[in-house]
Design a binder for this molecule. Structure first.
Ligand SMILES: Nc1ncnc2c1ncn2[C@@H]1O[C@H](COP(=O)(O)OP(=O)(O)OP(=O)(O)O)[C@@H](O)[C@H]1O
Ligand SMILES: [Mg+2]
Length: 295
């Protein structure tokens, strides 16, 4: 049970593709996944095979009452036999663009409406994935206020590292205000091709964020474009490359959701004896340093 927001203010980098690839990988293992589509373009909604939905996320966002998203949850329309279980979805609609404008005039709840609407709902799922629009506007801010973890999706293209820095700064600004949440889960590099340009910008990302790049990166594959275009999971397409693409998403799901994170792995008894427990003085020194650094 966790809420992960997939973010980048840049359009077309693969936020929706990675959201749906991870949703399919987790569903293939029988995990209960909820995809919340927060983007007025509604690509995650149609990618999950849902067209013309009437009960969409804008209804809950306008209502602003605890747990109100629950009544909007429906099953994806992917072929039932393609996965062990089907992901659930809160569909979006173009009306979400108007919601963003309305939020601007709400002095009390502009930032945390989605968090309120999701209250008590995440407990019903193994993972909740929020697909964000390509902007740093109030919809993305709402996703970051609702999430435990933010995952940045980017592509190896000109200056993408600068765009990543912008969103990381905003994630940190919000997590300072929310007592450390969302944590920065890392950066997924999507659409890695074989061109020199791709290799160059991919290396630039790896150099700038050596500890943040999540493995594996997702390769550019025609099977991914085709699955999206036909509103199917990769598991239901038979194009060459689909198996390799599924493996990318499955391994990425392991990295993000599967194993105990290294920094919280239980220590062996021998390590426990050696581990230094910071004293109060050390902790307040660290706090002073981080407030000097503007953290
Ligand atoms: N690894 C990949 N291989 C091939 N095609 C891809 C890959 N990742 C994304 N695409 C294609 O690129 C296009 C943009 O991807 P996607 O819609 O996931 O980006 P996005 O960041 O969600 O865009 P937006 O910001 O508009 O919401 C889609 O047509 C998608 O099918
Ligand atoms: Mg998208």
């Amino acid at each position: 049970m966790g809420i992960t927001a997939l973010v980048n203010q840049k359009g077309g980098v693969g936020k929706t593709t990675v959201t749906l690839g991870l949703a399919a990988a987790l569903s293939e293992r029988g995990q209960a996944v909820l995809v919340v589509d927060l983007d007025p373009q509604s690509n995650a909604t149609t990618g999950l095979g849902v067209f013309g939905a009437e009960r969409t996320v804008d209804i809950a966002m306008a209502d602003d009452s605890s747990g109100s998203i629950r009544s909007l949850i429906r099953e994806a329309e992917w072929p039932r036999e393609s996965l062990a279980v089907l992901p659930s979805l809160v569909p979006s609609s173009p009306k979400m663009a108007a919601v963003e404008h309305q939020l601007v005039s709400d002095v009390v709840g502009a930032q945390d409406r989605l968090a309120v609407c999701l209250e008590g709902v995440a407990e019903d799922f193994d993972e909740v994935l929020i697909d964000c629009p390509p902007s740093l506007g109030l919809l993305t801010v709402n996703a970051l206020f609702a999430a435990d973890r933010a995952v940045v999706v980017t592509e190896p293209a000109a200056w993408s590292a600068d765009g990543v820095q912008q969103i990381i700064t905003n994630v940190h600004r919000i997590s300072r205000r929310r007592g450390g949440s969302p944590e920065l889960g890392g950066v997924v590099v999507n659409r890695i091709g074989r061109t020199r340009d791709n290799t160059y910008w991919n290396e630039a990302l790896a150099e700038r964020y050596p500890e943040l790049i999540l493995t594996p990166s997702v390769r550019l594959r025609a099977a991914i474009t085709e699955a999206a275009a036909s509103s199917l999971p990769l598991q239901a397409t038979h194009r060459s490359g689909a198996i390799e693409a599924m493996a990318d998403f499955s391994d990425l799901a392991d990295t993000l959701f599967g194993s105990v994170p290294l920094d919280t792995a239980p220590l062996e008894p021998a390590q426990l004896q050696e581990a230094e427990v910071p004293g109060v003085e050390q902790l307040s020194e660290q706090l002073r340093e981080s407030s000097h650094a503007g953290l």
